[in-house]
Design a protein around this ligand. Sequence first.
Ligand code: V0V
Ligand code: CO
Length: 140
Amino acid sequence: MFMRIDHVGIACHDLEEKIALFEQTFELTVVAREVNEEQGVKEAMLHIADGNGGGSYIQLLEPLGPDTPVGKFLAKRGEGVHHVAFGVPDVAEAMREIGGKGVRLLDEKPRHGTMGSSIAFLHPKDVGGMLTELVQAPKH
Ligand code: V0V
Ligand code: CO
């Protein structure tokens, strides 16, 4: 079902500061920046490698406000790993398959993700404490 790890999302207070840190420390390059109002984030994608059906990235996430998923996470847990995203061939199909196993879906339908992707989240409490994102890369 999973083709690759698409990205690891890192919650941070200051996006520009963490971009500089990751660029300098790991020699990664920012390939996209986006504000996603629906998800309540300002985010940047740092490219790592190209894999099966798409790339793999680090996603740096700064909240648009305190009452957002990342804003609440920062208040509760501080900066650090927020979610792991897996590349799937078809996000709607993956949602049906995984939802059918009793895992709670946090989205009723796929949503707009970074770089034209379609995304959906799974409840962390049903996946060993890991907020899990499903990602379908855009078709070219
Ligand atoms: C909350 N919990 C987490 C967690 N966030 N556990 C692991 N990883 C996380 N990131 C735990 C939390 O400690 C609670 O456990 C429990 O889940 C319920 O959390 P809560 O604080 O009561 O509830 P909320 O209101 O903070 O909601 C948590 C969820 C919410 C996960 C439901 O954050 C959500 O819907 N997230 C999906 C959307 C999202 O995260 N978007 C931002 C990334 P205890 O304390 O009760 O034990 S956007 C993105 O990745 C994009 C655009 C992209 O990739 O393209
Ligand atoms: Co993400």
